[in-house]
Every structure is written in structure tokens, then in C-alpha cells.
Design a protein around this ligand. Structure first.
Ligand code: ADP
Length: 285
């Protein structure tokens, strides 16, 4: 991917996980790779959102014109208030909704509990030509499940390898997997939760359990670290995105999707009819 305005390092490189990434040392207020501030970031979000929209339309058109499976799956993982919903609204919001397969994953329903944890994930995978978005994902099964011992270690431990194999299968079948781990600081999370308690229009977002989960911050950091260490692969690497500044996290995710779609190198489908003949027929009609 080339550099675009404002970026000193291409976004995908700037936030790509490395073996040295330490969740506990992240500067969640940082803007890795980006030289500008909020006003440039917000201006670029609009401009790049339009680019994303064009690329997504190409993916959709390609899906209509061929049987060769291509899709992109954005996986969003992060603690409460990290801004997953904001990414869906302000990044994915730039593209045509008919080209988006969105799914969110909460506490498994009784039916989901009767199945393997990947069952509900497989059902929600993006269709051919679609941009899929997972708001939470199969990674909950090595995060919340690990932190709260919802199943014994002997059961969650093998999931890292299983998830890698599952994602390899996806990539081999033509799905580009873009994984984004979103991080806010404990203080910023507190401020965002406090705002929800101050505003009548935000009560619906407030969940008393979010405060309980704050008590498990070190355990979550450990679980996120293990997730990054064990499931960042060549075929589906993790990106670690600081999220205290919402404009930055949204801009980075936009760039990651643009990068993924550009790498598909799709062209507009050729006409399946003779263009000149059709022009004449139309003029005469
Ligand atoms: P959000 O908090 O993202 O708005 P919900 O209120 O629907 O969404 O619920 C998400 C909750 O579901 C989170 O607390 C999350 O940890 C939990 N969750 C998601 N997947 C699982 C899972 N596999 N097992 C247990 N809890 C899960």
C-alpha cells in the first residue's frame, strides 16, 4: 500500500502487531503513523470514506459478475467503549448497506450454546462480493471465556490453534480477513461510561456489567496479549489500534479496509453485451 496524505508510515504497517507488541505498554492516546491532528483526520475520513465506497462497489460488482469467491471480513474486538459501534457507523457507514453483511456477537443464546463456538460465526460469514463486519467475534471465546473461566482451560487452550486453522480456511476460500484490536485506556473508558450516565440518549448503551468488567482489566490485558501472540498469522495478522482518539481509530480502520480491497486488485466487470449496439438500440427506442 502507498502512503496517503497525512501518513508518515502506511496505516497498515503502523498498526500491524509485532512480536514486541505489549498490550500493557500501548499508548492508547497515540496516532501511530499519522502526522496530522483531528481536523486533518476528520477531513481525510470523509475523503477516504468515498474511496472505500468505490472499492466496495467494485467488490460487489465483481460478486455479481463472477463465481470466484471474494469477500472481506472486518473483525472488531475491543473492550466496552473502545468504539466498535462508532467504526460501524462512521467507517462502514460510508458504503452501500446492501454490500455489507454485519453481525454482532453477544452472550451465546441457549441454541448457540448447544453448538460448537464457531457455529454461529460460520453462519454469519460474508457472502460472495460482500464486506463482512463482526462486532465482537470468535475471539470472545478466548477473551471473556478465558477471563471468567466460562469453560475449563483444557477447552479454551486449543482454540487458538483452531481459530488459526479456521481463518486459514477462510483466506484460502477467497475471504480477506482484517483483524482490528481496539484499545482504550482505563481512564478514557471511565470518561465514556460516565458520559453514558449523564445523557438520557446514552442510557441505552450503559450496562452495569461494564463497570464490573473494569475490575478484571489486568486479566483482560493478559487475555488480549495471548490473543495477539497466538493468533496473529501471516494469513490474518492483527492490527492494534489506539482508540482514545475516535477520529484516529476510524481513519485507521478506513485505511485498513482500503488496503485490503486494493490488494484484491479488482476491475469493473466487462460488459456482457455489445456497448455500441446497445447505445443504438437505446437511442432508437
Ligand atoms: P455490546 O456490549 O458490544 O454492546 P452486547 O450488550 O450484546 O454488546 O453484549 C456483549 C457481551 O456479550 C459482552 O460482555 C461480551 O463479552 C459477551 N459475549 C460475547 N461473546 C461471548 C461468548 N462467546 N461467551 C460469553 N460472553 C460473550
Amino acid at each position: 500500500m502507498g502512503k496517503s496524505e497525512g501518513w508518515e508510515i502506511p496505516a497498515a504497517e503502523a498498526v500491524r502487531v509485532t512480536p514486541d507488541t505489549r498490550v500493557g505498554d500501548l499508548d492508547t492516546n497515540g496516532t501511530p503513523g499519522f502526522a496530522g491532528g483531528k481536523s486533518l483526520g476528520e477531513k481525510l475520513l470523509e475523503e477516504r470514506g468515498a474511496v472505500l465506497s468505490d472499492l466496495q462497489e467494485k467488490l460487489f460488482a465483481h460478486g455479481r459478475a463472477t463465481n470466484e469467491h471474494r469477500s472481506v471480513l472486518l473483525v472488531l474486538q475491543g473492550m466496552d467503549t473502545a468504539g466498535k459501534g462508532g467504526v460501524v457507523r462512521h467507517v462502514i457507514g460510508h458504503v452501500d448497506p446492501q454490500g455489507v453483511d454485519h453481525a454482532s456477537f453477544g452472550v451465546p443464546t441457549p441454541e448457540e450454546k448447544r453448538h460448537h463456538y464457531l457455529w454461529r460465526i460460520r453462519k454469519a460469514l460474508p457472502r460472495h462480493g460482500q464486506l463482512g463486519v463482526f462486532d465482537r467475534s470468535h475471539y470472545e471465546d478466548v477473551l471473556v471465556v478465558r477471563v471468567h473461566d466460562l469453560v475449563p482451560r483444557s477447552e479454551w487452550e486449543p482454540r487458538y490453534d483452531e481459530i488459526n486453522a479456521f481463518e486459514k480456511e477462510l483466506v484460502d476460500s477467497g475471504t480477506t480477513v482484517v483483524k482490528v484490536a481496539m484499545f482504550v485506556s482505563l481512564d478514557e473508558q471511565k470518561a465514556r461510561l460516565a458520559e453514558r450516565l449523564e445523557r438520557r440518549d446514552k442510557y441505552w448503551k450503559y450496562n452495569p456489567n461494564d463497570v464490573t468488567e473494569r475490575g478484571y482489566w489486568p486479566q483482560y490485558q493478559e487475555a488480549y496479549q495471548a490473543m495477539l501472540d497466538r493468533t496473529s498469522t501471516e494469513h490474518a495478522p492483527w492490527h492494534v489500534v489506539p482508540c482514545d482518539r475516535k477520529w484516529y481509530s476510524r481513519l485507521v480502520v478506513t485505511e485498513l479496509l482500503i488496503d485490503a480491497l486494493e490488494r484484491l486488485d479488482l476491475d469493473w466487470p466487462a460488459a456482457t453485451f455489445d456497448v455500441e449496439t446497445e447505445k443504438r438500440r437505446l437511442a432508437d427506442s
